[in-house]
Write a protein that binds this ligand. Structure first.
Ligand code: SF4
Ligand code: SF4
Length: 204
């Protein structure tokens, strides 16, 4: 059962020096101080450190941590995932995403530039959540200080380089596919034909 303590609204807020002394003596006699000292000594000799020597040591952040964005590529084809739909630009509440698109030589839309003003970004994650292609995601790189605001951040800075494609991390969390996503993909008639052919059966 919840026990409530009635606060005396007319209580004296300022204590006289004598009252403060009495209060301190009472605290010492109640061994509150000794309990505190004992806890400190106890923790000291456990040698459990709760802090790290940053920047010499760094903790591994969870993939759900929302730090500087990454623009992802398809691992198989190496092409960029972003289709320039503009949804991230529209949803951004800090109005800090800008992109330029043009017609590519193959007749498809080409995202010629994509920039995020990280000085304005509040890392809300909306852009990653709305992206239908899982192209823009949050990485775990949080050390993003730089000398010029103009460096915050252009497409070349956040797009996965082709030679580092194998290091590209597929993020779980906001805007990412769940691990068992394949189980929810609706099978097409073509899929059944391939499945039957693999079993050596004919489609009727
Ligand atoms: S994280 Fe939020 S504020 Fe930052 S770019 Fe994305 S939508 Fe905009
Ligand atoms: S929502 Fe995704 S696919 Fe659309 S423009 Fe933004 S990053 Fe590209």
């Amino acid at each position: 059962m919840q026990r409530y303590k009635k606060v005396d609204e007319n209580r004296k807020l300022l204590l006289s020096p004598y009252e403060k002394f009495i209060k301190s003596v009472k605290r010492c006699l109640n061994t509150e101080l000794l309990v505190g000292v004992f806890s400190v000594i106890n923790e000291t000799f456990k040698f459990n450190t709760a802090t790290i020597k940053y920047p010499f040591e760094k903790i591994k952040l969870d993939n759900r941590y929302r730090a500087v964005h990454r623009l992802q590529r398809f691992i198989e084809s190496e092409s960029e995932r972003c289709i320039g739909c503009g949804l991230c630009e529209k949803i951004c509440i800090s109005n800090c995403i800008r992109m330029q698109t043009e017609l590519g030589s193959d007749g498809r839309k080409l995202v010629s530039n994509y920039s995020i003003n990280l000085g304005r970004c509040i890392y809300c994650g909306f852009c990653a959540e709305v992206c239908p292609e899982l192209a823009i995601v949050h990485g775990v790189e949080y050390e993003n200080a730089c000398e010029q605001r103009a460096y915050f951040a252009h497409k070349k800075d956040i797009l996965t380089p082709i030679d580092k494609l194998k290091e590209q991390v597929e993020f779980e969390g906001a805007g990412a596919l769940r691990k068992d996503a394949s189980a929810f993909v609706k099978k097409t008639p073509n899929y059944y034909e391939i499945e039957l052919a693999a079993k050596g059966e004919e489609n009727v």
